[in-house]
Ligand binder design. Structure first.
Ligand code: HEC
Length: 81
């Protein structure tokens, strides 16, 4: 949670309300029961990418840490919303 704050993820996401990005609850619902969920989200939160917000391309943030254990923890946190 603090990690997400650190990485400015809450600028575009919240747990249960849609902002510029989907709410983490929606993300969790979308990936519920999917075996590839952890791998996909791990990639998504560690590699910078581009996302479209209202037709404008913005950089999607990536977490600044490289500790596998902490990233796993973060991904599981999102998936358990
Ligand atoms: C500039 C605004 C912005 C920031 C900052 C941002 N996101 Fe996102 N995020 C988005 C948007 C928009 C999407 C939807 C992209 C899509 O569906 O293609 C998204 C999608 C996601 C998804 C779902 C991916 C999927 O495959 O469904 C996750 C998980 C996520 N973001 C996590 C994070 C984390 C963790 C951070 C901080 C490191 C972060 N985001 C920072 C805008 C942002």
């Amino acid at each position: 949670m603090a990690l997400l704050e650190d990485s400015k993820c809450f600028k575009c996401h919240s747990v249960d309300k849609k902002k510029d990005g989907p709410a983490y609850k929606e993300v969790a619902a979308k990936y519920k029961g999917k075996p590839e969920a952890e791998a996909k989200l791990t990639k998504h939160v560690t590699q910078p990418s581009k996302v479209k917000i209202d037709g404008v391309e913005e950089d999607h943030g990536a977490v600044k840490i490289r500790s596998e254990a902490r990233i796993k923890n973060l991904v599981q946190w999102i998936l358990s919303r």
